[in-house]
Design a protein around this ligand. Structure first.
Ligand SMILES: [Zn+2]
Length: 377
């Protein structure tokens, strides 16, 4: 049993200025006093900030590895690397590739998940971003592998695919979206889409419940054509991802979207393999990407993912209109809710898993516990 004392604890709806947390694999107590218990390992946080383990629903790569490589070691490198950013669970995210390459990537994630990534973030399953996207809205994804939705491919891999991004206009009568919704637990997300407002709203009725990187690679909100963005902001049926690196999305939008979406607002990184590495030239699904600071661009200037760290996304959100509690919730409790895991993780509450991050006031990570076991020190 461990006890963190003298911590500034970020709860879901308030902050304890100087308190303590007792935990084993689960959180046993949270209190406003820091009196040391006997017979436990005491960790003095010395005023540091304590937040729940972060959950990334959309991350392609880190430290040179990419979930699309189909390499077990690479997935493990990602898991270990992002734990240093306070992430305790994630969905390795594949790009638009051939079925054979996707199967290989899914198998690598299956094996890494079975191995357990004990020193890093837990793998919760794959987010398959494509291949069922609109070739006209590929962004940095290779066009040649974009194909019409195929429910069987997802149903056959539903043990590992927790989320799939689909352009609904590619799915006549939403037949495949309906089948995935009815026959699996896989979350269907709208993205890389040219749908208009009406088609997007109809696809939410058919089973789409999430929006991949709101604003990016979808029809914009115009006063005469509300687009996918308007549908996503207006509907209570969908949760939304936002890349809060301050480059993909203009910072004033962080709080505007949060006001509209509330607990359906999720921070993601959409990080690619250059994450955690110096500026330079990298590969993204066979395309050359130039990384300079927070900007990752193809040669033609198209934005190609990010090198955002999830703890920095939280910091950016908190610096641009969200309360610290809500900025943290958007990267922990709310993504847990998207995955149906909100009763077991995502906030510092008695009975939940002891996924705990100790950080400084700028949210730079000092130490991380996953199910009570220290994985970053
Ligand atoms: Zn992505």
């Amino acid at each position: 049993m461990k006890q963190i004392i003298h911590a500034r604890i970020v709860l879901r709806d308030r902050i304890i200025r100087d308190g303590s947390i007792v935990f084993s694999d689960k959180i046993i107590s949270v209190s406003e006093n820091s009196e040391k218990l006997k017979g436990v390992t005491v960790i003095n946080a010395d005023g540091a900030t304590v937040i729940p383990g972060l959950i990334d629903l959309h991350i392609h790569g880190y430290l040179g590895a990419d979930a699309s490589d189909g390499d077990v070691k690479g997935i493990e490198t990602m898991a270990d690397g992002i734990a240093r950013n306070g992430v305790t669970a994630f969905l390795p995210t594949t790009m638009t590739l051939s079925y054979a390459e996707l199967e290989k990537a899914f198998n690598a994630v299956r094996r890494a998940k079975a191995n357990g990534t004990p020193g890093g973030a837990e793998i919760l399953g794959v987010h398959a971003e494509g291949p069922f996207i609109n070739p006209e809205k590929c962004g940095a994804q290779p066009k040649e592998y974009a194909v019409s939705p195929d429910a069987d491919f997802i149903i056959n891999n539903a043990d590992i695919v927790k989320m799939v991004t689909i352009a609904p206009e590619m799915d006549a009568d939403f037949a495949n979206i309906r089948r995935i919704k009815n026959e699996t637990d896989t979350i269907v997300s709208i993205g890389h889409t040219n749908a208009d407002y009406a088609l997007a709203m109809a696809s939410f009725d058919a089973g789409i419940s999430h929006v991949s990187h709101l604003f990016n690679a979808m029809t914009a909100m115009n006063h005469r054509a509300p687009g996918v963005v308007g549908a996503a902001l207006g509907s209570d049926k969908v949760s939304c991802e936002l890349i809060c690196d301050t480059f993909h999305i203009s910072p004033p939008l962080f709080s505007i979207v949060h006001k509209l979406k509330g607990e359906r607002f999720n921070l993601i990184t959409d990080c690619m393999r250059a994450g955690g590495l110096p500026d330079g030239i990298y590969d993204l699904g066979g395309q050359v990407v130039y990384v300079n600071g927070i900007r990752c661009l193809l040669a033609d200037g198209v934005i190609a993912g990010s090198v955002l760290k999830l703890n920095h996304a939280v910091r950016n959100a908190a610096a641009n209109g969200l309360s610290l509690c809500e900025a943290v919730n958007a990267a922990s409790l709310y993504p847990a809710t998207v995955l149906g895991l909100q009763n077991e993780r995502g906030s510092i509450e008695v009975g939940k898993r002891a996924d705990i991050v100790v950080c400084d006031s700028e949210l730079e990570v000092k130490s991380v516990f996953r199910e009570g076991k220290q994985i970053v020190s």
